[in-house]
Design a protein around this ligand. Structure first.
Ligand SMILES: NC(=O)c1ccc[n+]([C@@H]2O[C@H](COP(=O)([O-])OP(=O)(O)OC[C@H]3O[C@@H](n4cnc5c(N)ncnc54)[C@H](OP(=O)(O)O)[C@@H]3O)[C@@H](O)[C@H]2O)c1
Length: 317
């Protein structure tokens, strides 16, 4: 087929039109994306030199948070029970992130602690205060999950979940006097979407996470006048070993990687979101799937429907 001069002209007009349309549509998105990334970088700079105590830093989300905050120039304190794992994370931080001469940061501090040993926690906090003089940001992230039914679960397991996930956080939050003295500080509590909605066979876990939500909301109101921020984080499923490390009704390890956890959000993504929420002093961060958001809405707006769905879910178990 022969292409005439008028065909060529028409083709060129079409090409110009498509280019103009694409530019007009994409340009605002490109500008917005560039602005967002610039803003994120600037906000991260705000966190430079901050002393950040992260619990549960020996694995999963806590480990990813350690990387995110260390990369942002923070002086991080890594807390959990397993000292060897904490040392592994410390070495990873030191070897993964090259620190420029102008960006010198304090080497990560390893702080072994057991959140269920409430009486020992003030001494652990004192240790950090001895090293740095203050704590800018406390990230209450350490915790365990649970799989079992209420009827056959030992009360010791209920107590253990509450001790680690709730009372441990409360006890550590008693760093407040040092924050109040400085009229500055930030407490981050990692709860869960299951702190907003309770699902079957997770009673001890969801109860402890609901308690964290209530405590954080009260805390936020009480300390606001002292310039202390509280960020409550409610993640959906994250790809970590949470289900593997979960306790069953008799206190043994569950030892199974659930498919929901396996297909959960990448841990680095959630850690970055938390970092951004801290930098922007967000009061609440709920980071989960669309379905989980709908479930939270249902529980509030149509509780009867939510209860019916949960009954179905329990029967399918
Ligand atoms: N993964 C998810 O789908 C998901 C969803 C929503 C919320 N979350 C929350 O995210 C947080 C982190 O969990 P993860 O998903 O990262 O699970 P993970 O990989 O099992 O990490 C749990 C962390 O908590 C620490 N920990 C457990 N018991 C402790 C104790 N008695 N004292 C001190 N530290 C203790 C563990 O360290 P040691 O064993 O060394 O002590 C570990 O570092 C938890 O609060 C969890 O509830 C997770």
């Amino acid at each position: 087929m022969k292409i005439t001069a008028s065909d060529r002209r028409a083709l060129s007009i079409w090409r110009t039109l498509v280019t103009i349309c694409a530019t007009v549509t994409l340009l605002p998105f490109t500008i917005f994306a560039a602005y967002k990334s610039l803003r994120r970088r600037r906000l991260k700079y705000r966190l430079k030199e901050k002393v950040v105590l992260i619990t549960g830093a020996s694995s999963g989300l806590g480990e990813a948070l350690a990387h995110a905050f260390y990369r942002a120039g923070c002086r991080v304190v890594l807390a959990a029970r397993c000292e060897d794992e904490l040392r592994r994370v410390k070495n990873m931080l030191l070897t993964t992130h090259s620190v420029s001469k102008t960006d010198v940061t304090h080497p990560p501090v390893v702080l072994p602690l057991d959140l269920s040993d409430l009486n020992a926690l003030p001494g652990r906090v004192a240790k950090v205060l001895e090293i740095f003089g203050h704590i800018d940001i406390l990230i209450n992230n350490g915790g365990i999950s649970y799989r079992g039914n209420i009827l056959t679960t030992s009360i010791d397991v209920d107590i253990k979940l509450m001790l680690i996930n709730y009372f441990g956080q409360v006890a550590l939050t008693k760093v407040l006097p040092s924050m109040i003295d400085r009229q500055s500080g930030h407490i981050v509590s990692v709860s869960s979407v299951q702190g907003k909605i309770a699902i079957p066979y997770r009673s001890a876990y969801t109860a402890s996470k609901h308690a964290v939500q209530a405590f954080s909301d009260t805390l936020r109101a009480e300390v606001a006048a002292h310039n202390i921020n509280v960020t409550l984080v409610s993640p959906g499923y994250i790809h970590t070993k949470l289900s593997v490390n979960a306790l069953t009704g008799n206190g043994e390890a569950y030892g199974v990687m659930d498919s929901a956890t396996e297909n959960g959000s990448p841990v680095e993504k959630v850690a970055e979101e938390i970092l951004y929420a801290v930098a922007t002093e967000k009061k609440e961060l709920t980071t989960c799937s669309f379905v989980a958001h709908i479930a939270v809405l249902l529980r509030t707006l149509y509780p009867e429907l939510f209860f019916w769905l949960m009954k179905k879910r329990a029967h399918q178990h």
